[in-house]
Every structure is written in structure tokens, then in C-alpha cells.
Design a protein around this ligand. Sequence first.
Ligand code: PMP
Length: 298
Amino acid sequence: MNTINLIGNTPLVQLQHYSTDKVRIYAKLEMYNPGGSVKDRLGKYLIERAVERGLLRRGGQLVEATAGNTGIGLALVATQYNIQCVIFAPEGFSEEKIEIMRALGATIYRTPKAEGMLGARRAAQDYAVQTGAYYTNQFETDDNPAAYKETLAQELLRELPTMKYFVAGAGSGGTFSGVSEVIQAQGVKSVVVEPPGSILSGGSKRKHDTEGIGVEEWPPFLDKAWIERVEVVPDEVAFRHVRELAKHEGMLVGSSSGAALEGALRVAGRIEQGDIAVVFPDGSDRYMSKRIFQYGGF
Ligand code: PMP
């Protein structure tokens, strides 16, 4: 047994306060992964496939652009392969995630906030070209959705065979795409959640505080046909749900989980009956420096 074996098979918990007899909402609690987020699954998959394919050796170096959780997943798994992780992270995201990546041995470079994730991606790609480091390229590789096809999708089908709807936020879009592709074949519908100004809903770019979601470029692996609906959730609503989940359910989640819950509640409001599965990608503790429970003056 090592830390990598603890990735996946996270708990699926029914939300008592938000479910009714006819419409039940179940949350996949991804904070229970060893690195604390849904992106541990991706870190494991990207490194294992690259090593298998001979693209990355023990003792080698990889580079990625990330707001933090993917970097934590990669850095955590890299420790078991003696791989050096180089991470390009835009300024402005939570400092806890940066600290955790450093603790796991990653080297971090910050890119300007104004350039967003696209700026960090350009910097990571340049670094790979200049140094020969392996670029895991989460925003474009089919290994990203595959990580979720092979793990999260299978877990949900097994744990909630009555699932009618699946709800998840999109950052890279990997979680949503991978799970949606598999479950559509079983007749389950998918709803994707994003903040205002993100491109799945055709918005023009706007600043948002919900961390981890928001898409700047259409993900190449995301098929429009998988999206039953895009739900746009404002920051205030996402953070209100974070506070309420703590009080009503004893669940300590990050703001993208709050946004995802709003997506699930909107589905619940328009169906007569059925079970809804929603992904809660990480926990509140990595956003304490951002005063996650006080957002909006509470
Ligand atoms: N929530 C959080 C907190 C995240 O870190 C991420 C990953 N950026 C997501 C949601 C979205 O996941 P994905 O990249 O698979 O769309």
C-alpha cells in the first residue's frame, strides 16, 4: 500500500437537507483523495500513462500549467516515481495550494494574473521546449477525460445505478467530459456548471472568484452533444452554498462544490423524480486564506 493506492473510490453521500423523497442528490466527496481533490485521479493517470509509454522516466521531469489542484495531484504521484514536477500557476489563486505543491517537492513559477490560465499554459509549453521536460498538457490531452472515464464514471455507475442526472463544474472540462461520455450510453443526462463569463455558455471573459472552474477555450475533448444544459452560477451563490453545506450537512467544501450544488438544485427544480449525482471537487481548508466562509461580507 502506498499513497497512490488511496486515490479514487471516494465516498458518495446523500445530501439530506437538499433531497426530497422523489428527488435525491448525492455528492461525490473528492476531498477524500490523499491530495485533497478530484485532480489526484488525473495526476495518477497522466504519470502512469506517460511512464508506460516511455515518455517519462523515473528521475525525469514534467511540467504543467495549473491553478493548483492538478499540480498537487501530479506532485503527490511524482514523489513515488522520483519525478521532478515544474508547475506554472497564475497569481491570484489560493496560496495554500501553492504551499502544498511546494511541500510535495514541486518547483513553482508564477505567471501574471491578467494572462489567466492561457498565460500559464504558454509558459509551461515554452519551458518544455527549452528544457525537454515532459509536458502533461491537461487542457488538451485525451488522457484527461480518460482518467475520469476509467475511474469516476465507473464508480458512479456502480454506486448509484439509479442515477438520472450527472452535474459537474468545468475547468479543463476533463471531469465532465470523461464521466459524461460513459454515462450517456446508459441514458444518464449531464449538466455542466460554470461561472459567468465562461465560454461554454458563450459569455465574454469576466473575473470570478469561484476557484477551479471557468473555461477560457473550448476543451478539444468536450463534445457539445454531451451537454444537456449549461448552468451559469454567480460567485455569491456558490459561496452561499459553501456556508450552508457546512451548517446543514457538516460538509466542508470549496467554492466550485458550492457552484456544482446550485447546478444540482436547478436540475432538482425541473424534474419530478430521480437521483442526481454531483461532484464536489475539493475541501474548504485550502481556501482559508481567502476567507471562504466570509465571502461577500458574512
Ligand atoms: N473544482 C476545482 C476546485 C478544481 O481544481 C478543478 C480543476 N481545475 C475543477 C473544479 C474542474 O475540473 P476539470 O478540470 O476536470 O474540469
